[in-house]
Write a protein that binds this ligand. Structure first.
Ligand code: ARG
Length: 281
């Protein structure tokens, strides 16, 4: 059973802006309502993952670190080894020791074997910029706005895996998981304007046309590309009927969750999870 780490939104808020989607002003107009909505959205996500056959492990958040609700950014876990993230923005750097401690605790419980760190001066924002592709047996890695250009090669070496590094061309799509989603049966769902010409060429070179699914601007803005796929179920934020139909044609059922309070921070379903049990062989 796929195992996901989730952080409940106890200390969640939108109190700063480090990406163009973040709206601290909107949040502060009615924090109590947003907080209540966030709690409901989190529960709905948890239920959706369970219903799709996932298991959930909870980690407590920390006061003053609101973006810990996006554990995808806390590290990369592959083959029972966790690489702790290093965040670009000071606002999130306090999460590093929190995630390191959490991975250590998982190691002590026998769920992980090893916890490793990045070299000094290198930024890498976890699975937000490293997406395992079980069909091609490689990781898609993103860099630019958050992760350092040298991070992809380092990550690949660290885990002994192949990878395809993609430069992210815009600040809107600042993590790879906002603009690329790998589906379990080989399809890659991606938003072309988020990539450079070289990045698009790399996607085209590795994914045959019948397995490419291009997201439209609406799908991207609704954070539907930031989705968690469990076999034939794809858990994502509220989608358009057209997108649901496109997934249905390919044999996937979209399970929508209203994630509005998290979209207010620039995140969706995928970044609210961190997969703990992926193996590369
Ligand atoms: N507010 C967070 C940030 O800007 C959102 C992170 C969403 N995570 C993701 N992997 N897309 O860092």
């Amino acid at each position: 059973m796929p195992l996901y780490l989730l952080v409940p939104p106890t200390h969640y808020e939108v109190s700063y802006a480090i990406n163009p989607w973040m709206k601290p002003g909107t949040w502060s107009e009615n924090p109590a309502a947003h907080r209540a909505e966030a709690r409901a959205a989190f529960q709905a996500l948890r239920v959706a993952l369970r219903e799709a056959g996932g298991e959930v492990e909870l980690l407590d958040g920390v006061a003053g670190l609101p973006d810990m609700v996006f554990p995808a950014n806390g590290g990369i876990v592959l083959d029972r080894k966790a690489l702790v993230a290093a965040f670009r923005h000071p606002q999130r750097q306090g999460e590093e020791p929190a995630f390191r401690t959490a991975f250590e605790a998982l190691r002590q419980r026998g769920l992980l074997d090893e916890v490793v760190n990045l070299p000094d001066g290198m930024f890498q924002e976890g699975s937000g910029d490293c997406i395992w592709d079980p069909t091609r047996r490689l990781a898609w890695t993103g860099y630019g706005p958050r992760s350092s250009p040298e991070a992809p090669a380092h990550v690949a070496e660290m885990f002994g895996i192949d990878h395809i590094a993609l430069a992210l061309a815009t600040e809107q799509f600042y993590h790879l998981d906002t603009c690329l989603c790998v589906l379990p049966h080989g399809e890659v769902f991606f938003y072309p304007p988020a990539f450079t010409r070289a990045g698009l060429a790399a996607i085209h070179a590795s994914v045959p046309p019948d397995l490419r699914m291009e997201a439209d601007p609406d799908d991207a803005a609704r954070f539907c590309v930031n989705a968690v796929a469990l076999d034939r179920t794809v858990v994502m934020a509220r989608a358009t009927p057209r997108l649901k139909a496109r997934f249905a044609e390919r044999g996937y059922l979209v399970n929508e969750v209203s994630l509005a309070p998290f979209i207010l921070s620039g995140g969706g379903a995928y970044c609210m999870t961190l997969r703990l049990d992926l193996t590369t062989s």
